[in-house]
Design a protein around this ligand. Sequence first.
Ligand code: ADP
Length: 228
Amino acid sequence: MIEMKDVTKVYDNGITAIQDLSVLIEQGEFVYVVGPSGAGKSTFMRLIYREVLPTKGTVEVTDFDVAKIKRKEIPLLRRQVGVVFQDFKLLPTLTVYENIAYAMEVLGKSPRQISSRVKEVLKLVDLEQKENMLPNELSGGEQQRVAIARAIANMPRVLIADEPTGNLDPETSKGIMEILEHINAQGTTVIMATHNSEIVNARKHRVIVIDDGRITRDDEEGGYSFEN
Ligand code: ADP
């Protein structure tokens, strides 16, 4: 469960990116976050994975109040929230296997746990054959699948995807969506910011429109439009 109450985020340069925003996202939902560039979508996502803190209001993520959380609890929150970016952000000198294993090592998992889970997530994204390759030996779609595998390695309750198909062609994007929907069907909340109107219109989920730092529309099964 994610709940924002009257959240405002003002960056140090004085820009208000999110303004008096309240929203409730239940465990297991699939939510698209759409809206014009500069509307505040990335900031909305960053608030959820605690990359930024609210200036005002409260952000609750799986029972944690992100602004009040104790330093030693931060890894517990990070464990609950996996993140995927448009530009993949894989570590270039590590293999596919090592990129995923690393995310588990930092949480102190044992080599045995790591080996079995990495194999499991590589199977889920259909990359078992490529575990020893480096990121630059993979296509964009394959790199994004590795990034997704890494994001879910620690079994987070929430998966945040900021423009995950932004650098990918339509066919590859479709494969990424199928993986995200599969992960969602297993109970993980998926929150995806996107400009991809075809995906939003074709694969129906809740749509939250953010404009000028505010939610201007929130539809159970909406399409891609900034009107109304
Ligand atoms: P979107 O993801 O919808 O394009 P963002 O959340 O990235 O929107 O940005 C919202 C507003 O906040 C924009 O005006 C942007 O310039 C500003 N902004 C984003 N990140 C920062 C930052 N780290 N420091 C200062 N201003 C920022």
